[in-house]
Design a protein. Structure first.
Length: 317
């Protein structure tokens, strides 16, 4: 987790996650959102998953150093590119010749190989820090497994990592080496964004519905476009919506068949004991808004939070 000083310095340039967004390979952010963070002070809300990853990081660092037997050291320094001082990096750990990047994720499908968003982030760090190699460590498991891992590690459970593995958790380690061609293309794009968007305070074009939430729409303004262009996009969206509905049905059917395989068992395993699936109870607590409004209307009013976002309606007049 970045400290206060590192967070303040992030406003001074383009970091690794910013780079991935600017290049259009991030599913977590967009160029417009990066612009708003740098120019307008927009702060992206912290999610429970982000917090979990941050608190797990020091434990993962200790474990990966044990596995790899390398001399990585955690640092709080913000590094700046020697040539392009608008490019910066906050790395998880560093050694004489390498950097270490740690990720935790509950999206196992995403980690069949190195996700593009992470690859660009790490390559940005290599460029800024002038290191030839990065070790990328990803700790993978469903959210409950990751939370259990954190609880066990916090209690100094010596078998925490073994239990994590038995619960289906995985540790993957990847090597990423510098590529001058890729670095140059990345740096050109990021420097251009900084100089021609951030410094000149010219917001980049909005991309997708996520940007629409943050876009300052000019009331009453109309953009004229050929009807045929819009109709083609609308038709493509309708076809994708139909496929999405079909996939949801197929997914539910596959889940049903897995449940049938498990029967009343909590675990589904291979003959050798490899964990394939687990069934567990999940308890959630929610606030009954109507009841709270009735018994404590003043408290209810004090807790109300108003947010305004733009909503896209296809075919709206």
């Amino acid at each position: 987790m970045l400290n206060k000083e590192q967070l303040e310095k992030r406003a001074l340039g383009i970091g690794g996650t910013d780079c991935a967004a600017i290049l259009g390979v991030s599913q977590y952010s967009t160029p417009l959102e990066v612009y708003q963070q740098k120019v307008e002070g927009y702060k992206k809300p912290t999610t429970p998953k982000m917090t979990l990853g941050s608190v797990l990081e020091p434990f993962v660092f200790t474990r990966i150093n044990e596995i790899l037997q390398k001399d990585f050291e955690q640092v709080e320094e913000t590094f700046f590119h020697k040539k392009h001082n608008c490019l910066l990096a906050n790395v998880d750990a560093i050694s004489k010749n390498e950097i270490l990047e740690i990720k935790t994720s509950s999206n196992l499908k995403m980690w069949g190989s190195i996700p593009s968003v992470v690859d660009m982030q790490v390559r940005h760090y290599l460029s800024v820090c002038e290191k030839e190699k990065a070790t990328l460590c990803s700790v993978l498991g469903d959210e409950k497994t990751l939370r259990n891992l954190y609880a066990m590690l916090s209690e100094n459970n010596q078998d925490a990592w073994l239990i994590f593995k038995k619960m289906g958790g995985i540790i993957k380690v990847f090597d990423i080496f510098r590529d001058e061609k890729i670095e140059n293309e990345m740096n050109i794009a990021c420097v251009d964004f900084w100089e021609n968007n951030v410094l000149k305070k010219i917001p980049p074009q909005a991309k997708g519905k996520e940007d629409l939430k943050h876009l300052k729409v000019q009331a009453g303004k109309k953009t004229i476009v050929e009807a045929s262009v819009f109709e083609a996009l609308k038709k493509e969206k309708e076809e994708l919506d139909a496929k999405e509905a079909e996939f949801k049905i197929l997914k539910k059917d596959l889940e049903r068949r897995i449940v049938e395989l498990m029967g009343d068992s909590q675990f589904l395993t291979t003959e050798s004991g490899q964990a394939l699936a687990v069934s567990h109870e999940r308890t959630t607590e929610t606030i009954d808004k109507e009841k709270l409004k009735q018994i404590a209307p003043e408290i209810f009013s004090q807790c109300l939070k108003t947010t305004t976002t733009n909503v896209l309606k296809i075919g709206a007049k």
